[in-house]
Design a protein. Structure first.
Length: 262
């Protein structure tokens, strides 16, 4: 998609300097690890549980924003994070599909994805080195592809050989449907991430994380319905508490601190 966009002049191709590439490389590594860890978690536990854990994104964004961008959160913002952490903990202890690999992977994806977002925002703020959100994410995606290609070929490359596909088809796998779903999933995922970066350029990383949590509601509810995931009342309470914390944060951000007296 990116190569077509640049080749057909649908969007201007950037000229990347060595200093820019050095700054973007850690973002690409964090991006790659964040998506890998999310997929590992989804493989090990229910989709709804993975996204409940990922509702903790604002907590890590506040932490990294304070460490890397020197943004000090107000007491109201910190207070709104308490129900998010508490809700995730409650949902974890009552999750039927819980295992430590799934939990740890989702939590680690929070760390890598939010460090990527905060560092990306820091990169965007440097006018002398900055790329716009489309080209920045495009370069990150290309580097991520290069990083993933060797391991993908090593681990699962044989599954793309004609003999393996023919054997899988004989066992009932619909190859055409698999290819179509893969293409649609790739298109949707890239489009979502690109729009996410467009929003990140316009707002703070913490506000971006909270907005991202709104989609968790849709993902959690739809996955529970689609996969018929059993959800206990206490587990539902924990998920609702975590999402309520996200709402409280959005309200807390509107409370402006009183100016200090001279």
């Amino acid at each position: 998609m990116i190569i077509l966009m640049w080749t057909l002049n649908l969007y201007p191709r950037p000229k990347i300097t060595r200093s820019q590439l050095a700054a973007i490389l850690p973002l690409a590594v964090a991006h790659t690890m964040g998506n890998l860890l999310t997929n590992i978690s989804i493989r090990k536990v229910a989709v709804s549980f993975t996204h409940t854990i990922k509702a903790m994104e604002p907590f890590f964004t506040v932490l990294f924003s304070a460490l890397l961008l020197a943004e000090r959160p107000t007491i109201w913002v910190v207070s709104s994070l308490v129900p998010i952490v508490g809700g995730v903990a409650l949902a974890s202890f009552t999750e039927a599909s819980f295992n430590w690999i799934g939990f740890g992977s989702a939590m680690a994806s929070n760390i890598t994805n939010q460090s990527r977002n905060v560092l990306s925002k820091k990169f965007m703020a440097k006018k002398e080195e900055s790329l716009d959100n489309i080209n920045l994410f495009s370069v990150i995606t290309i580097i991520s592809f290069i990083l993933l290609l060797p391991s993908a070929i090593l681990l699962e490359g044989v599954k793309f050989s004609p003999s393996y596909l023919q054997s899988a088809a004989n066992q009932g796998l619909n190859i055409k449907e698999l290819c179509v779903r893969s293409l649609v999933a790739g298109f949707c995922f890239h489009t979502y991430q690109q729009v996410s970066y467009m929003i990140l350029q316009m707002v703070s990383p913490v506000t971006h994380a909270v907005g991202n949590c709104v989609k968790r509601v849709v993902v959690i509810v739809s996955s529970v319905i689609f996969f018929q995931t059993p959800v206990s009342p206490i587990n539902s309470l924990g998920t609702a508490l975590a999402l309520a914390g996200v709402f409280l944060y959005s309200r807390a951000k509107r409370i402006k601190p009183k100016p200090k007296a001279a």
